[in-house]
Design a protein around this ligand. Structure first.
Ligand code: PLP
Length: 354
């Protein structure tokens, strides 16, 4: 830390992204990226937009807001496009939390929530998961704070039903409830249609996972027009051109190719279920993940050991050091060939540890 760094941020522990090694070629199953390239329509649109990079983007991103509104059966003023869904989450902490309005989220969830809380000087409470790693909705009823829940949750992949989320919404009419649907396209049921029923609901989405566009940094929020106006106040006070023109164009391209996205999602779901069966055969235990990842442990081999042994053999997965989940690894569902390599390698690792 330099002597110039403000005290305001000196205690901040930044988010640790998954490894993005460039030294050697890994089978990369550690950051929940898609194994498929972006839609050809997204690639073409981005390269056309590249030829106009001398111009600022349209700060209202009208065309893409309208495409997303169509997709959700809403209007453009109920949506706000951001630089990845990380940005809409940060905006939500800025807009709806402060010293008097703390945040509340599970103790095992997306690691960025606590970082954004600290960044914005928002006190927060972490509610423990049940022993089976599920969320107990009672913990979030009449909560003294803004609720942040990833649904499916990360890294467990477990889901709440829309009815359970409605219970949380109804018991917190004076606080915003943020539902992070980064992984909703892999078989989950979205609560986005509820934004007209609940003025305290903000749903966040990303193009990073199901739409194969993690590198584009594209996400958005869905909420009542009033909530979206508040978030726009934050956006226009920080970065009016928060999404670059190539990414916005790519987003429009992929939204015009919904069949491609649907096809990829159903492939991932099939591969996920196949991999669950094969890993159970090897003695692994796991949550019933509804994401594009599995959360697995082995009764005899430690999580760290499995992580290290896989890495030595060229397969990268995500291990979290937090004591309650240290036995686990989070493994992205990749292509069928990648999963076959994973299963063979894990068979070897647990076989040698007999
Ligand atoms: C990947 C992820 C995000 C962030 O996605 P970006 O749009 O790439 O910023 C948000 N929430 C959860 C739970 C995620 O796993």
């Amino acid at each position: 830390m330099s002597k110039f760094f403000t005290n305001k941020y000196s205690s901040l522990t930044p988010y640790t992204p998954g490894e993005q090694p460039r030294d050697k070629k890994y089978i990369k199953l550690n950051t929940n990226e898609a194994p498929f390239p972006p839609s050809p329509k997204a690639i073409a649109a981005a390269s056309e937009a590249a030829a106009r990079l001398q111009l600022y983007p349209d700060p209202t991103y009208k065309a893409l807001h309208e495409a997303l509104a169509d997709y959700h059966g809403l209007t453009a003023d109920e949506i706000l496009l951001t630089n990845g869904s990380d940005e809409i989450l940060n905006f939500a902490f800025m807009a709806f939390c402060d010293e008097k309005h703390p945040a509340i989220f599970p103790n095992i969830t997306y690691g960025f929530y606590s970082v954004f809380a600290t960044l914005n000087h928002v006190p927060y409470t972490e509610m423990p998961l049940r022993p089976d790693l599920s969320i107990n909705i009672e913990d979030y009823k009449a909560a003294n704070g803004t609720v942040f829940i990833a649904n499916p949750n990360a890294p467990t992949g477990l889901m709440l039903t829309p009815a359970e989320i409605e219970e949380i919404l109804q018991s917190n009419p004076c606080r915003v409830v943020v539902i992070d649907e980064a992984y909703i396209d892999f078989g989950g049921k979205s609560v986005a249609p509820l934004v007209r029923k609940y003025d305290n609901l903000l749903v966040t989405r990303t193009f990073s996972k199901s739409r194969s566009m993690a590198g584009a940094r594209l996400g958005y929020g869905i909420g009542s027009a009033a909530l979206i106006r508040d978030l726009n106040t934050i956006k226009y006070s920080t970065n009016p051109y928060n999404v670059n023109s190539m990414s916005a164009a790519a987003g429009l391209g992929v939204m015009a190719d919904e069949a491609y996205t649907q096809q990829n999602c159903s492939t991932i779901i099939k591969t996920r279920e196949y991999t669950k069966t094969e890993l159970k055969r090897l003695g692994f235990e796991m949550t019933d993940s509804m994401g594009n990842f599995l959360f697995v442990r082995h009764p005899r081999v430690s999580g760290k050991k499995i992580y290290t042994a896989l890495k030595e053999r060229g397969i990268l997965v995500r291990h979290f050091d937090r004591p309650t989940i240290a036995a686990y690894n989070r493994i992205t569902v990749g292509s069928d060939a990648e999963m076959k390599a994973l299963i063979d390698t894990l068979a070897d690792i647990v076989g040698k540890s007999e």
